[in-house]
Design a protein around this ligand. Structure first.
Ligand code: PLP
Length: 355
């Protein structure tokens, strides 16, 4: 009997993928540059922060941390006092997947969750109305004061806010004296989908702080916290250090960013991942007995599968998550997902549904 060889690529998470060649190249260059100062005082950190400033065409403050949970938690902590609150969706990563990090690092700021049952919510999005509703619900001293609106771009459901949508949310935020935080763990996928300049959906639209994801886009490790409102970054370096997020050999986090930003590799990687999600969507949408939940805009496809089909796919060695963000199976494509892997997986999904 032959033992089936497990698939070499998976659709569980874009974190399953390794680092892209350009990131690897600059990682090795940083190593080849010999002794360098620690804690971010090196030439590579200088170079990559300058590259991020150039990319966004503005003089922003940039800090590198190990992961997205730290980026979000520390950014929100910098934007809030302990008696403040942060408005987000019920599927927001900060709400569902950070183990209370934002509340912990802010010493108690509460997350205020918008309603789960609206057309926008079903696409993982906040709306100006939902923000307005939460802000005006209470204004008494007994309720934590809303201070930040947090949106995820691309969303946890693989959808993307348009420039107009970001602007509208930021406008209501401004009117209500709220700051705007963007969880951009998949920011690259959103920009790739929109085809806009990265500044257009961030500071030009009213975003104050962006957590710019690199890991899922082809870095070995590391996210950038980008402060467009530089007043908010006061003492942020101390926060990063206290949280255990200041890398001693920072250059190995920052140098790979040079590779990602040079020649728009970050966009190329994201465009590829998005295209693979479109390919998968195309292959799955007419599988009998399977329901794709919505058309993908970023790099994931969400679908309701037959329970026995899920079992059959797991038995074949495929790995993917169920019930991420409240429904269906999530199939995530990465910067290196091959068309062959998509086709092989889609064929197995079809076979598992008897067709
Ligand atoms: C992956 C992800 C993060 C970061 O998660 P870490 O595992 O802490 O790096 C943050 N927000 C969203 C929406 C994510 O998908």
């Amino acid at each position: 009997m032959t033992v089936p060889t497990p698939p070499t690529q998976q659709f569980a998470s874009d974190n399953y993928a390794g680092m892209c060649p350009e990131a690897t190249h600059w990682f090795m260059q940083a190593n080849a540059s010999g002794h360098q100062p620690g804690y971010g005082e090196d030439i590579w950190t200088q170079r990559s922060t300058d590259a991020i400033r150039e990319l966004f065409q503005t003089d922003c403050d940039v800090y590198f941390v190990f992961n997205g949970t730290a980026a979000n938690s520390l950014a929100l902590a910098a934007m809030c006092q302990s008696y403040h609150s942060v408005i987000c969706t019920p599927v927001a990563h900060i709400e569902t997947d950070e183990c209370g990090g934002p509340e912990f690092f802010s010493n108690g700021s509460k997350l205020l969750i918008t309603e789960a049952d609206s057309p926008a919510a079903r696409l993982g999005k906040l709306t100006p109305d939902a923000v307005e509703q939460l802000v005006t619900k209470r204004s008494d001293i007994h309720y934590p004061k809303p201070k930040v609106v947090s949106i995820t771009q691309a969303t946890e459901l693989g959808t993307v806010y348009s420039v107009e949508e970001v602007r509208a949310i930021a406008a209501i935020a401004k009117r209500r004296k709220l700051k705007v935080h963007m969880d951009g763990a998949r920011f690259a996928n959103a920009v790739a989908h929109l085809g806009c300049h990265p500044s257009e959906i961030t500071w030009r639209a009213g975003v104050d702080v962006l957590c710019f994801g690199g890991t899922k886009n082809g870095l070995p490790i590391g996210e950038a916290v980008v402060f467009f409102d530089r007043a908010l970054s006061e003492d942020f370096a101390y926060r990063v250090k206290q949280a255990g997020q200041l890398a001693s050999k920072m250059r190995f986090i920052s140098a790979p960013w040079v590779g990602l930003l040079e020649n728009d590799v970050w966009l190329r990687n994201a465009r590829h991942a998005n295209a693979m999600a479109q390919r998968l969507y195309g292959a799955l949408r007419d599988v009998p007995g399977l329901r794709v939940l919505h058309a993908p805009q970023a790099n994931s496809v969400f679908a309701q599968l037959q329970p026995q089909a899920i079992e059959a796919l797991y038995a074949k060695g495929w790995k993917f998550y169920q019930f991420i963000a409240g429904g269906g199976c999530r199939f995530m494509c990465a910067w290196d997902t091959t068309p062959e892997a998509v086709d092989a997986f889609a064929a197995d999904v079809r076979a598992a549904h008897g067709g």
